[in-house]
Design a binder for this molecule. Structure first.
Ligand code: MTE
Length: 327
C-alpha cells in the first residue's frame, strides 16, 4: 500500500513490493552486507546482530502482561494461526516507519500507559476512559480472526478485546449518529513521521483517522482490541487499544486510538484523503475488485510461502453481507 517515500504516487504496487522473506531479513542482510568487505569476522557480526534482535523481540513479547481472556469459539478460522514473532516484526505503523521490520524497535519510547480514550460527539453521555481501567472493567474475550491487508498479505491472529458496541452502548448514541470517527494519538516527538504533516510535498494528514458507518460499528464482528496472543497489545500492533474489522482491509484497523466520535457526516480518513482513487471509505475485502495497480484475487500468507485465494468479505459474508447492496 501506501509507500510514503513516493513523490506522486502513494502506493507501492504489490508486484513491486519487496517479498516478505526479504523484508524480514533485510536488516540483518544489510548489516551483513555492510560488513562483508571487512571479512568473515564481519559476517559473523551480522548473524550475531540478527540473533540478538530476534532475542530482543522475544523478550518484549514474553514480557507483555497476560490478559487471560477465554476464547470465544464462535470465531475460528480454517487456517493456522500466524507465528507471533512473524506478526510482531511485520507491521504497518506509518507514524514510525514506512518499512515493516523496524517498527517494533522504533516504538521503544512510545508511552502507552496511562492512556485516555475520549468517546464523544452525538451521544447522550460523553465520557473519557482510562484505558487500564477499561481493560479491567470490560468483559474481555479472545477471537481468532483472519486479517487481510490491502497490500495482499494476510495473517491469522487471536485478538483479545470487546465488541465496540459494548462501549458505544455505555455512552448512548443519539439517533442522529450515522458514522463513527476514530483518531490516533498525535505526538511528533515520539512518532517522527508525524512531523511530515507540515511538509507541503507529502501533505500527510496526521493524526491517522478512520471511520465506520454506525451499522458497521455496531456489528458483532467489530472488536475494540486490547491484546493479541493472550497478552496486552505490543506497541507495534497499536497499544493500548486498536480497532479490528476483519471483513475490511487492514488499514481500517486503526491503532493507538485516543478519540472515538459519533457524527452525522462521513468522516475524512487518512488514506482516503491522501489517495481517494486507491483507498475507499468502505474498503471491504473483495477478490473481484482489484486495487487500481494490483489484483486482490489472492493473498500471501506471512511467514509462509503460501498464496491463498482471497475470500469475499475476507470470509465473513455471513455476518456482514446484509449491510451492503448485493452484486
Ligand atoms: N493505524 C495507525 N495509527 N497507523 C498506521 O499506519 N496502518 C494500518 C493499520 N492501522 C496503521 C494503522 C495498516 S495499513 C495495517 S495493514 C494494519 O494497521 C497493520 O496492523 P499490524 O501492524 O498490527 O499487522
Amino acid at each position: 500500500m501506501a509507500n510514503i517515500h513516493l513523490k506522486k504516487q502513494w502506493a507501492l504496487s504489490e508486484g513491486e513490493a519487496t517479498p516478505e522473506a526479504v523484508y524480514r531479513n533485510r536488516r540483518a542482510f544489510l548489516k551483513t552486507m555492510g560488513v562483508a568487505t571487512i571479512g568473515t569476522a564481519g559476517l559473523a557480526y551480522g548473524w550475531e546482530a540478527q540473533a540478538r534482535s530476534r532475542s530482543d523481540l522475544e523478550r518484549i513479547i514474553r514480557g507483555s502482561r497476560p490478559l487471560g481472556a477465554a476464547r470465544n469459539s464462535t470465531y475460528k478460522v480454517d487456517r493456522p494461526i500466524t507465528n507471533e514473532l512473524v506478526a510482531a516484526r511485520y507491521n504497518n505503523f506509518y507514524e514510525f516507519s514506512t518499512a515493516k521490520d523496524d517498527v517494533w524497535e522504533l516504538v521503544e519510547k512510545f508511552k502507552t500507559s496511562p492512556w485516555k480514550l475520549e468517546v464523544s460527539g452525538l451521544v447522550e453521555k460523553p465520557q473519557t476512559f482510562d484505558v487500564d481501567d477499561l481493560i479491567k472493567k470490560m468483559p474481555l474475550q479472545e477471537r481468532v480472526y483472519r486479517f487481510r491487508c490491502v497490500e495482499a498479505w494476510s495473517m491469522v491472529v487471536p485478538w483479545t478485546g470487546f465488541p465496540l458496541k459494548a462501549l458505544l452502548d455505555r455512552v448512548r448514541p443519539l439517533s442522529s449518529a450515522k458514522f463513527v470517527r476514530f483518531t490516533t494519538f498525535f505526538d511528533p516527538e515520539v512518532a517522527p513521521r508525524q512531523r511530515k504533516r507540515l511538509a507541503f510535498w507529502t501533505r500527510e494528514p496526521w493524526p491517522y483517522t478512520e471511520g465506520l458507518r454506525m451499522d458497521e460499528a455496531m456489528n458483532e464482528l467489530t472488536l475494540l482490541t486490547v491484546g493479541m496472543y493472550g497478552h496486552v497489545l505490543p506497541k507495534q500492533h497499536g497499544a493500548p487499544l486498536r480497532l479490528i474489522t476483519p471483513w475490511k482491509y487492514g488499514y481500517k484497523s486503526i491503532k493507538s486510538i485516543v478519540k472515538i466520535e459519533l457524527t452525522d457526516k462521513q468522516p475524512a480518513t487518512f488514506w482516503n484523503t491522501l489517495a481517494p482513487s486507491e483507498y475507499g471509505f468502505l474498503s471491504n475485502v473483495n477478490p473481484k475488485v482489484p486495487h487500481p495497480r494490483w489484483s486482490q484475487a489472492r493473498e500471501r500468507v506471512i511467514g509462509t510461502r503460501e498464496r491463498q485465494p482471497t475470500l469475499l468479505y475476507n470470509g465473513y459474508a455471513q455476518q456482514v453481507a446484509g449491510m451492503y447492496p448485493k452484486g
